[in-house]
Ligand binder design. Structure first.
Ligand code: HPA
Ligand SMILES: [Zn+2]
Length: 333
């Protein structure tokens, strides 16, 4: 099964580019940019990655991002992730970035987006990996700050397909961002939101109602609300589930307790994703393997995860068809 998973074409829909900063690159960039970091070696950084919940992770994750300064840094970060995609047979990826993490440090929005986007263009040309870019608002900040960020994105509408909502879910409900999400929709952007990760099923419901989202990031708490479950099944609303993230942040104590396979078998449009792979112990292959080890799955179910992700992606029907054909060819080889 391991070899089948390695070779399986994969589509990633929930990946924070800042969460792909490996300790080795963190050290290299800290040196290059003369930024102080509170670690003496990449090994020490690895050892610091012990989390009790989402917030304990976020504190370390925002600190790590301090080493990202120049457009080249954002290019290097993204390119390193795309090379990992190639290794894991990821054929399409939709990437989140958190502009406010950088603009708060006086790094310009243009620097961030241009560096990331140049790497995505190079990956399309050289690695045959297609992509889209999703800008997330940090929900612990104000809606006013999100509006300011949306304004900055307007010069880059050609590069950004959607807006999302991440950071601390508890205490920052979807209703806080109703107006800015409506403005994003008006501007022609799609919307997604982290909901039902640490927060209740109600946040999933409210994100659908108030924020007009077309897929749910995480969403695993939907299991607590049977009416919501039936609605998600009927509407084929995709869930971008991140198994290693959920066990690292103790949303589930053990992979054996994770509900992703149950959700898949109930008929939800479930996808598997890596979230912040440098912090949570693995990229796409590692997430697939961890789930399949804890919950034996058929090849048909594993391939269904890719078909679901193709269906849930923000690409044209023509591009979906191309990815579907690549995946079907794997099935028949
Ligand atoms: O899993 C996450 N949840 C919320 N915010 C995040 N920012 C990076 N990863 C996450
Ligand atoms: Zn996430």
């Amino acid at each position: 099964m391991k070899n089948f998973i390695y070779g399986l074409p994969k589509v990633e829909l929930h990946l924070h580019i800042e969460g792909t900063l490996e300790p080795e690159l963190m050290f290299e960039l800290a040196k290059r940019n003369k930024v102080e970091i509170p670690y003496n070696s990449p090994q020490e950084v690895h050892e610091a990655y012990q989390f009790n919940n989402l917030q304990s992770f976020l504190d370390i994750y925002y600190q790590g991002a301090n080493v990202l300064i120049t457009e080249q840094d954002f290019f290097d970060l993204t390119w390193a992730y795309l090379l990992r995609c190639k290794e894991d047979n990821v054929i399409h990826t939709e990437i989140f970035f958190d502009p406010q993490t950088h603009t708060a440090r006086n790094i310009s929005f243009d620097t961030v987006v241009n560096g990331i986007y140049r790497a995505l263009e190079q990956a399309a040309a050289e690695l045959n990996i297609s992509s889209r870019l999703i800008m997330c608002f940090l929900r612990h900040l104000s809606e006013e700050s999100a509006f300011e960020t949306l304004g900055q994105a307007m010069n880059h509408k050609d590069k950004i397909i959607a807006v999302g909502l991440d950071s601390s879910e508890l205490g920052h409900p979807p209703s806080k961002f109703t107006n800015v999400f409506q403005a994003a929709l008006q501007a022609g952007l799609l919307t997604v939101a982290h909901a039902g990760e640490e927060g209740p099923a109600q946040n999933i419901h409210d994100s659908l109602e108030l924020l007009g989202i077309t897929r749910i990031d995480h969403g695993v708490r939907c299991i607590d609300d049977e009416a919501l479950m039936n609605q998600l099944i009927a509407n084929k609303t995709p869930l971008t589930v991140c198994p290693l993230s959920n066990t690292k942040l103790k949303v589930f104590d053990k992979m054996e307790q994770h509900n992703v396979v149950e959700l898949l078998r109930r008929g939800l449009c479930v996808t598997l994703n890596s979230d912040d792979p440098a912090y949570f112990g693995g990229y796409m292959n590692a997430n697939f393997i961890a789930v399949a080890n804890a919950h034996p799955m058929s090849k048909k179910e594993l391939i269904q995860l890719t078909f679901n992700a193709i269906q849930a992606s923000f690409i044209s029907e023509r591009e979906k068809k191309r990815l579907t054909e690549i995946t079907k060819a794997y099935l028949h080889q």
